[in-house]
Each structure stands twice: as structure tokens, then as C-alpha cells.
Design a protein around this ligand. Structure first.
Ligand SMILES: [Fe+2]
Length: 340
């Protein structure tokens, strides 16, 4: 980043971000210059700029009142939600005691072995994606295979998860604002000769939004050799990523670059059985460890406090097949405002 870290540059970035916020409030789109300025401010302030914007968003979009916080993660009391929210604030992640039921994992696994997917081009291939009729589980030759968000959000079981108040209440507590679901994803990772940058197998922080919480759901058992999701505990906090690393900007980092900045006990590898759910603020440093054996199927849902940030195509909920989703879309429209 070099000279970009000077005070006049950051004043300029702050003004450009504010101009972008005004444009976003008018037509719901973030100008790219404003998104880039937000990123540079994050790197310069270590996260203070994002928190300041989040405080404002929380005031403008006060949390919803739900009749309960009951769902696939448990039947949470207010004290449970507070405790889990504090845990995420402290460490940057929380692993839920309750796992998703086997039946749900089986159905999503069935989907992931029979439905079309996209083989993501590897680093060495120039990132050319290829559409496939189904995931070649017996003989994969890529590193990551993604399912279409548009298809996922029209699947009744996934719609039920999108309407699940145990997920939503935790996200809302962490964001301290009405949440918006803005990523629903599912993908396979498979064995590869080396870690792949495009498949997020190098350390990095995410910065598509101002504040967000991701839920990762393992749909296959994940052992140390099957690519456990990995996180640097505490690195999501303001100043949690050292300025040396932030000076490299929004980039992928090697194990060597990161290991010298944190004690070994901060590196968390989530080896866990299928059905395990991890909530994580991926503003902290994270990666998917590269696989040396087998494969890994993962489902992900992200909740953000605003859609300000990266400009991503919107998918369409063609039909709310799940009655739970139909009810939640009527009662809490901001939650689903990313989808048309
Ligand atoms: Fe990431």
C-alpha cells in the first residue's frame, strides 16, 4: 500500500467512501471507486472504519424482534444468543454444539453428487471455469467444484435453512442490525498437488461487505487431511491483522508470511464430523487447508449488515417452496433483499 497509507490519502478514501454510501442509499448500487476506498480504509485503520460504518447501519436498521430463535442449531434463549455472540466477538468464530441432522446432510450430499456444477479453473489453468453435468467424485481433476446459487436458493431444504431463526438470530446478534442473507453457496474441494489461490487455500481476509457473519456447514467428515477450514483466532478484531500483512492489501498470504505474526495456539483447524456448523467473521485471516486425501463438501450461508460493497449478480427466488421461507420473506423483507 505504501504511500496510500498517508493521512491525506485516507481522508480522500473516507470522502470517496461517503460519496459511495450516498450513491448506494439512492439506487442500491456501490460505485467501484467507493468499494475500493472502503478496502483501503480497512487496511489503513485495521478495521475501525468498518466498525464506524456498522454503528451507523445498526442505528438505521434496528434488529428485528423474533418470536423465537428456534431451528436446526437449537432452541436458543436470549442468554444463549448473547453468549454465542460474545464468543464470536472474542475469538472470531463459534462451533455449535448441535450438528445438522444426518437426514439433511444425506439429502444435500445427494444433491451434490447428482446436480450440475462448475469446475473452477485452477491457478495454473488461467481460471477457466467448466460447467459439468455432475461432480466426478470418482475421478476429479480440479480443485474446487461449485453449485449455482440460483439453483441452491430454490431448493426447499436450503430455503428452510435460509428461514431458520437459529441462524438468523445469531447473525443478527453479531451484526447488531437487521441481517441480509447475501451468499448461499455449496462446493466440493478435492485433493490437489498444491494449495490453490483461486480456491481460497491461502490465508486471506474477506472484505466484500462492511460487516458480515459466515456459517460453514460440513456435509462430509473433515479430518486434518480433508482440508479443514482454518482460522487465526482473534484476527477479526480491530488491529487483529498486523499492519505488515495489511500493507500487502487484499491479497493471498503464505503460511510462512502469516505464521511469524501469531503464536501457534492462535491457528485453529476445524477438523469435525459432518453436520458441524461453524459461525465465523471472515474479516479475520482464514483459508481452507489444501486436501491431501478424499474430498470435502461444504455449505455456506452469509449474513451481512448491508449490501454496500462488492457488486455481485443477484439470484432469483423463483418460488418459496418452503412455507417457512414464504412466511419469513413476508415478515422480514430486508433479510432477503439481496434476492429478487
Ligand atoms: Fe474467504
Amino acid at each position: 500500500m505504501g504511500s496510500l497509507s498517508t493521512v491525506p490519502n485516507q481522508v480522500s478514501n473516507a470522502l470517496r467512501t461517503l460519496a459511495g454510501v450516498a450513491a448506494y442509499m439512492k439506487d442500491g448500487r456501490t460505485p467501484n471507486f467507493a468499494y475500493q476506498s472502503m478496502l483501503q480504509l480497512f487496511c489503513a485503520t485495521g478495521g475501525v472504519s468498518n466498525d464506524a460504518m456498522s454503528s451507523f447501519i445498526g442505528l438505521m436498521n434496528r434488529p428485528y424482534q423474533f418470536q423465537d430463535a428456534c431451528g436446526a442449531l437449537g432452541d436458543f434463549s436470549e442468554a444463549d444468543i448473547e453468549s454465542i455472540g460474545s464468543d464470536i466477538e472474542d475469538k472470531g468464530y463459534h462451533v455449535f454444539k448441535q450438528r445438522l441432522p444426518d437426514g439433511l446432510c444425506d439429502e444435500l450430499l445427494q444433491y451434490a453428487t447428482t446436480m450440475p456444477c462448475v469446475r473452477r479453473g485452477t491457478d495454473g489453468e488461467g481460471k477457466t471455469d467448466t460447467r459439468l453435468e455432475r461432480f466426478p467424485r470418482e475421478k476429479p481433476d480440479g480443485v474446487r467444484y461449485d453449485f449455482s446459487e440460483e439453483e441452491l436458493i430454490n431448493h426447499p431444504l436450503i430455503q428452510k435453512l435460509m428461514a431458520d431463526r437459529s441462524f438468523i438470530a445469531i447473525a443478527q446478534r453479531y451484526l447488531r442490525a437487521q441481517p441480509i442473507i447475501d451468499v448461499v453457496a455449496m462446493w466440493w474441494n478435492v485433493v490437489s498437488a498444491r494449495p490453490d489461490k483461486g480456491a481460497a487455500q491461502f490465508w486471506h481476509f474477506d472484505m466484500d461487505r462492511i460487516k458480515w457473519l459466515k456459517f460453514f456447514v460440513y456435509l462430509t467428515d473433515v479430518q486434518p487431511e480433508n482440508g479443514p477450514h482454518s482460522f487465526v483466532s482473534g484476527s477479526h478484531r480491530n488491529g487483529g491483522i498486523s499492519s505488515d500483512l495489511l500493507q500487502k492489501g487484499y491479497s493471498r498470504l503464505s503460511d510462512e508470511e502469516v505464521s511469524s505474526h501469531y503464536s501457534p495456539d492462535k491457528f485453529i483447524e476445524f477438523s469435525a464430523p459432518r453436520g458441524t456448523v461453524i459461525a465465523e467473521d471472515t474479516r479475520g485471516l482464514h483459508k481452507g487447508k489444501h486436501l491431501t486425501k478424499g474430498d470435502r463438501l461444504i455449505f455456506q450461508m452469509q449474513f451481512s449488515n448491508s449490501l454496500f460493497g462488492g457488486d455481485y449478480p443477484k439470484s432469483t427466488i423463483r418460488n418459496a417452496q418452503s412455507p417457512q421461507l414464504a412466511e419469513m420473506m413476508t415478515g422480514y423483507p430486508r433479510l432477503y433483499s439481496h434476492y429478487t
